[in-house]
Design a protein around this ligand. Structure first.
Ligand code: NAP
Length: 244
């Protein structure tokens, strides 16, 4: 009989890519912890579709918010976490001359600091099990750069570097750490991109279409359930925009 799977926590489960990851991990038999911040209704609807899933609300731009995730998993679920998908993120696009210190801080706190801090805290639970997968959602922009996305790109490049260091520290405990770097994917994050920028992106995609959240989730599912010899890598899912 196969061993019962633990919890898979997806931060930003209320968003496009996060929701697809929650569905895929639910299908793979994990008990899915759907994290959200403001998207309560979306998260509740998603949870009603995934048997055994539960919700966690927290603003991960604050340390208190992140600590509340740790506390809830420990008190109510015995820290039985097997997969952490650091997916929540923001893209505050602005050319370098216009970008503000506030935008910089917010981007770094939500995208980067949360990835580092949640991993740092939650991997302790995985070490006890001598088993676990951490999957960090970065971006093609973290490798290739992009106009008006310098701050976002820096946060994602740093995530990829964190993936590499963490994979080296945690390999001894049987914990695998990888990044998944999506390209141009249909979610609320890309809905608001001005048409002239969207056209530039489209021209850079050899497959000539945007990706679907499910196509990113397939890679996350692979890294959560298979991929036993993969760690410290960045997996690109971008229709050929960038090969690494
Ligand atoms: N879409 C793309 O083309 C693309 C490409 C490359 C990489 N990515 C990356 O993929 C990830 C998911 O993006 P998406 O496209 O699915 O975007 P999305 O639909 O806008 O979802 C973003 C998610 O992040 C959460 N979030 C934002 N700020 C938060 C905060 N302060 N505290 C807690 N949660 C917060 C949101 O929660 P609430 O809505 O509940 O507040 C939401 O669930 C991001 O890391 C993004 O950078 C996306």
């Amino acid at each position: 009989m196969s061993e019962e799977k633990g919890i898979a926590l997806v931060t930003g489960g209320s968003g496009g890519i996060g929701a697809a990851c929650c569905r895929a991990l639910g299908e793979s038999g994990f008990k899915v912890a759907i994290h959200y911040n403001r998207g309560k209704e979306l998260a509740e609807k998603l949870s009603s579709e995934i048997p055994g899933s539960f919700l966690i609300q927290a603003d991960i731009s604050t340390v208190e918010g992140m600590d509340s995730i740790y506390d809830l998993l420990k008190k109510e679920h015995g820290g039985n976490i097997e997969v952490l998908v650091n997916n929540a993120g923001v893209a505050l696009d602005n050319p370098i001359f216009n970008a503000t210190l506030d935008e910089f801080q917010k981007t770094m706190d939500i995208n980067l600091r949360s990835t580092w801090y949640l991993t740092k805290r939650l991997v302790r639970f995985m070490i006890r099990r001598r088993k676990g997968r951490v999957i960090n959602i970065s971006s093609v922009v973290g490798s290739a750069g992009n106009a008006a996305q310098s701050v976002y790109g820096m946060s994602k490049a740093a995530i990829n570097n964190f993936t590499k260091s963490a994979s080296k520290e945690f390999a001894q405990y049987g914990i695998l750490v990888n990044s998944v770097a999506p390209g141009f994917i249909k979610t609320s994050m890309t809905e608001t991109i001005p048409e002239e920028f969207a056209e530039i992106f489209m021209k850079a995609i050899p497959l000539e279409r945007m990706g679907n959240p499910e196509e990113v989730a397939e890679m996350v599912q692979f890294l959560a359930t298979k991929g036993s010899y993969c760690t410290g890598a960045v997996f690109h899912v971008n229709g050929g925009m960038y090969g690494g």
